[in-house]
Design a protein around this ligand. Structure first.
Ligand SMILES: C[S@@+](CC[C@H](N)C(=O)[O-])C[C@H]1O[C@@H](n2cnc3c(N)ncnc32)[C@H](O)[C@@H]1O
Length: 310
């Protein structure tokens, strides 16, 4: 069975967020270097640094070379790189020598300056791993440059991560963002191939979100003007960035009404809030599976709480 090696990277304050996303994408506890048979596109996550489609694993480098030779790989314009990982740190010269050494067992032509194919070699504890390398491309940055935005919009990294936590890479799930603001989450959901819609109680805001979707070539009509407390649909998942009384005038009771209405709307809820709302979420009938605090930087106390509830 094919195996894949994943390498993750995050700023210290985003460790919890990265680990939570990992849990919902891979259904295992977080590991910074991870080998699995789950094949997930490296570009869907802001935390995935790289992925190796593994050709061979061995504690013996000669055996590794033999296995690569046996598989008859042939690439024009390839380069073998050593992929640094946080677990093992072989000597730099050794990594260069090993990359050069193993490249003789791959047919085709080497192109060190502009390779079309990258083959990665890495060592984790005593195991050498080699295979075809995919480097994460920050494709999500594309939707950062929206025509309409406001100061309480979610940042794009968080929006994408919420989609991964919510959808678990299962594009058959239906999603709704019922307080969609400028459509940040809806855009990320559409980019990742989900069936996602959004609405917002404000006519002006929902119109601007619609324009944002149109701007990126998506169907603007996926955004409507509606009130979560009156909405009739049912979805597998809702993602709610709860309005708070900083930019949008809202009372505590209205916040609770939104959470109560979410219970009728979805099976799974990913909720973002500025304050802890455990009691309110439980009273609405949800079971909280996870709660993390995502801080803006390592040095501040406050941030946004992210809840995963069923
Ligand atoms: C925190 S903002 C969402 C921001 C959004 N995540 C973004 O990135 O642009 C909350 C939004 O909820 C909307 N809202 C407030 N009460 C609502 C309700 N009852 N039904 C639907 N939307 C509501 C507000 O108009 C506001 O745009």
């Amino acid at each position: 069975m094919k195996q894949y090696f994943y390498l993750f990277n995050y700023p210290p304050e985003e460790y919890d967020l990265c680990a939570l996303e990992f849990k919902y994408l891979f259904h295992e506890e977080y590991q910074q270097c991870f080998i699995t048979n789950k094949d997930i596109d490296v570009n869907i996550s802001v935390f995935m640094k790289g992925k190796i489609d593994i050709w061979a694993i061995s504690s013996n480098f000669d055996d590794l070379k033999e296995e690569v030779k046996r598989q008859n790989h042939n690439h024009q314009d390839f380069k073998v790189i050593y992929l640094k990982n946080p677990i093992s740190h072989p000597d730099y010269q050794e990594t260069l020598d090993k990359c050069k050494d193993i490249s003789w067992f791959i047919a085709g032509s080497v192109n060190m300056s502009k390779p079309k194919h990258t083959i990665a070699l890495t060592k984790v504890n005593d195991l050498w791993i080699i295979g075809y390398y995919h480097h994460g491309v920050p494709s999500w940055k594309k939707y950062d440059d929206k025509p309409n935005t406001f100061s309480n919009s979610l940042d794009i990294r968080l929006a994408r991560t919420l989609i991964n936590i919510a959808g678990e890479n299962d594009q058959t799930k239906t999603m709704i963002d019922p307080c969609c603001g400028m459509g940040t989450v809806v855009l990320e959901g559409l980019a990742l191939g989900y069936s996602i819609k959004g609405f917002d109680i404000s006519r002006d805001i929902s119109w601007k979100a619609r324009c944002n979707l149109n701007h990126f070539g998506f169907d603007g009509m996926l955004i409507t003007k509606d009130d979560i407390n009156k909405h009739q649909g049912h979805y597998d998942i809702a993602i709610i960035d709860i309005p708070y009384n900083l930019y949008t005038p809202i009372t505590y009771k209205e916040q609770c009404d939104i959470i109560n209405s979410a219970r009728k709307l979805c099976n799974k809820l990913v909720l973002v809030s500025y304050e802890q709302m455990d009691q309110e979420i439980k009273q609405a009938g949800f079971e909280i599976r996870n709660r993390i605090l995502r801080k803006k930087t390592e040095f501040v106390k406050f941030g946004r709480y992210i809840y995963v509830c069923y």
